[in-house]
Design a binder for this molecule. Structure first.
Ligand SMILES: [Zn+2]
Length: 232
């Protein structure tokens, strides 16, 4: 029966081979989600090794970050864009974990992130999470947690409502508006902790800034921001 299952599995993968989520070539046995060549060639930032990297600078003067980084450069039409797109829109729940594990390996090489106590993903609006089937930031966080051996209390930071239209508001009221979107369910369990806040892509950083401020207001002692990719 086991042999039959194996033959059957091989037969199925002949008909529907697993493809690399970055470049679309067929995956070999032992490769998971991303081919070996892409894993090697992806545009890594090495930001985990430098405290004053471009992501950290993005948050200077906005939020009191202990450290901030993103693992990959995000450019239009690139393999990183393919990865992020498939993670968000192609029901690739495992891809988030695999990319998160990769991110966790990088963070483990840096003293900046080693003293963290817990990992919190940026929450999705519940309606969006239902339609997508999962929160990709949570899947990334679980991958990171697997490498760093840290807890992921996913329901500590929640999203209250969809972000309202902000075009006519000034910067301060936009920020206040964003902050009202998020809240902490149990401030006591965040008190004096070093939190790694996790998201998929950093563009303006507005969502992360709002989440970070809500966490700091709730009593987090140190806050670090980590993401898969950074759109320059
Ligand atoms: Zn590939």
């Amino acid at each position: 029966m086991l042999l039959f299952k194996q033959y059957f599995g091989d037969f199925i993968s002949l008909l529907f081979p697993d493809l690399c989520n970055a470049c679309g070539t067929q995956l070999f046995h032992g490769e998971e989600q991303i081919c070996t060549k892409c894993l090697h060639d992806l545009p890594y930032t090495d930001f985990h090794l430098y405290a004053d990297n471009a992501v950290a600078k993005l948050f200077w003067g906005r939020i009191a970050c202990h450290a901030a980084m993103a693992m990959l450069y995000f450019r239009k039409g690139s393999r990183v864009q393919n990865l992020i797109h498939r993670l968000k829109y192609n029901d690739q729940i495992k891809l988030g974990f695999v990319l998160g594990s990769l991110l966790g390996e990088k963070l483990a090489q840096s003293d900046l992130y080693l003293q963290a106590d817990l990992i919190i993903p940026v929450p999705l609006h519940p309606r969006k999470e239902r339609s997508r089937g999962y929160n990709q930031a949570l899947q990334i966080a679980l991958g990171v947690a697997d490498k760093l051996r840290l807890p992921v209390p996913a329901s500590l930071l929640v999203r209250n409502k969809a972000t309202s239209t902000q075009t006519k508001k000034n910067r301060y009221s936009r920020f206040e508006n964003m902050k009202a979107v998020f809240s902490v369910t149990d401030p006591a369990s965040l008190s004096n902790k070093h939190v790694l806040l996790v998201d998929d892509v950093i563009t303006t950083g507005a969502t992360l800034e709002a989440c970070a401020q809500v966490l700091l207001d709730a009593g987090v002692a140190k806050l670090s921001i980590v993401a898969l990719a950074f759109a320059e």
